[in-house]
Design a binder for this molecule. Structure first.
Ligand code: A2P
Length: 359
């Protein structure tokens, strides 16, 4: 299994199990299957409402002596409803309790924007028109100071951010005592975020790609949870170029998409609750993509048009001063599908010849 070293000196596995959209009853079994397959990195968030189920399996394995706590790498996140300095210890304590752990390996600020929680403190408050109640006073520097204090208190070994853009990170870094060790963002063949990656590399920040498979389950999830349904949805796994490279290596399209990222030292956290796919997604260290194949996959980048998760399902979020994709929020899905249909044909043809050469 490959790994990368964080600025803290910790080794972070290159492949982990993503658990967004994984219901508690299925995630308990998924974590079991992942541990069996060799996964040691598990990614969750307060928002995913599955920390307790994940913790149950981890606890069973640790207590049975099947895995050492030190060999696990657990990531969880401060929710946007707790995006204020005074709430940082409270939500981290809640996550530790749910996960049944005494420390987290990496604690991330989940979103750059803040929402006001409802009376339960566990979910966002919603306005009469269905929009979310925004906390317009989100202060990244104050939140970050509280994050640093969690490292001092031994409750997390490293801290980082998720869904921040470059200028938000620049502001944070200038004012930080402990620099962010990791940035977790949407990243896959259609949204390769090269500028962001260079920024992270320059500043010693390891990048984690969420939705590395293009999040094929997200559409259904949004429909069910938010009654939000973008018209078209990209299909990375079905892209002919990806399929052809997969055929050339006798692999699946998912393995090719993941390999493309880890070969560039980007951590991937594909979500799956299927034991078969969990195993498959981990078996990506026994083959290599050729420079030509890497180039073909690099050329699938659609820039901002390739973004799937612009948080449009949080009605009104674009009005928050720290909404990270200002000026980029557009009818992404229509645009993406229009580009795909013409480009897929172009990419697929020369690839045939190329794959034969490289097999
Ligand atoms: P499932 O949980 O049924 O396996 P992403 O990590 O990009 O968000 O993608 C997660 C989605 O992709 C889930 O819907 C998951 O479904 C599906 N998935 C995960 N691994 C694979 C795979 N190897 N092949 C096809 N689909 C996969």
């Amino acid at each position: 299994m490959g790994s990368v070293v964080l600025r803290t000196g910790q080794r972070m596995p290159l492949v982990g199990l993503g658990t967004w959209q994984a219901a508690p009853e299925e995630v308990e079994r998924a974590v079991e299957a992942a541990l069996e397959a060799g996964y040691r990195l598990f990614d969750t968030a307060f928002n995913y409402n599955n920390e307790e189920a994940i913790g149950n399996t981890l606890k069973r394995w640790i207590e049975a002596g099947k895995v050492e706590r030190e060999d696990l790498f657990i990531v969880t996140k401060l929710p946007h409803i707790g995006n204020r300095a005074s709430d940082v210890p409270k939500y981290l304590d809640k996550s530790l309790k749910r996960l049944q752990l005494s420390y987290i390996d990496l604690y991330l600020v989940h979103m750059p924007f803040g929402f006001i929680p409802d009376a339960t403190g566990d979910v966002p408050a919603i306005n009469a028109d269905g929009s979310f109640v925004l906390d317009l006073k989100t202060d990244h520097n104050a939140v970050w100071k509280a994050m640093e204090e969690q490292v001092d208190a031994g409750k997390t070994k490293a801290i980082g951010i998720s869904n921040f853009n470059i200028s938000q990170m620049e502001r944070l870094i200038v004012n930080s005592r402990i620099h962010p060790a990791n940035l977790q963002v949407e990243m896959h063949a259609y949204l390769q975020q090269k500028e962001l990656r260079i920024f992270c590399e320059t500043n010693g920040i390891v990048v984690t790609a969420y939705s590395p498979l293009g999040s094929p389950g997200a559409k259904q999830h949004w429909q069910k949870k938010y009654n939000y349904s973008p018209e078209n949805f990209p299909d990375l796994l079905g892209h002919p170029a990806v399929q052809q490279i997969a055929d050339a290596h006798d692999r699946t399209p998912a393995q090719i998409l993941l390999r493309h990222l880890v070969q560039q030292h980007i951590v991937v956290i594909p979500k799956s609750t299927s034991p078969e796919r969990i195993k498959q997604n981990f078996k990506i260290f026994d083959f290599e993509l050729t420079p030509e194949e890497m180039e073909i996959l690099n050329n699938l980048d659609h820039g901002e048009q390739g973004r799937i998760l612009d948080f449009g399902f949080f009605k009104g979020v674009e009005n928050h001063p720290e909404y990270p994709f200002k000026g980029t929020k557009k009818d992404t899905h229509n645009a993406v599908n229009n580009v795909f249909s013409s480009e897929e044909k172009q990419v697929a043809k020369p690839l045939n010849a190329l794959c034969v050469q490289n097999v």
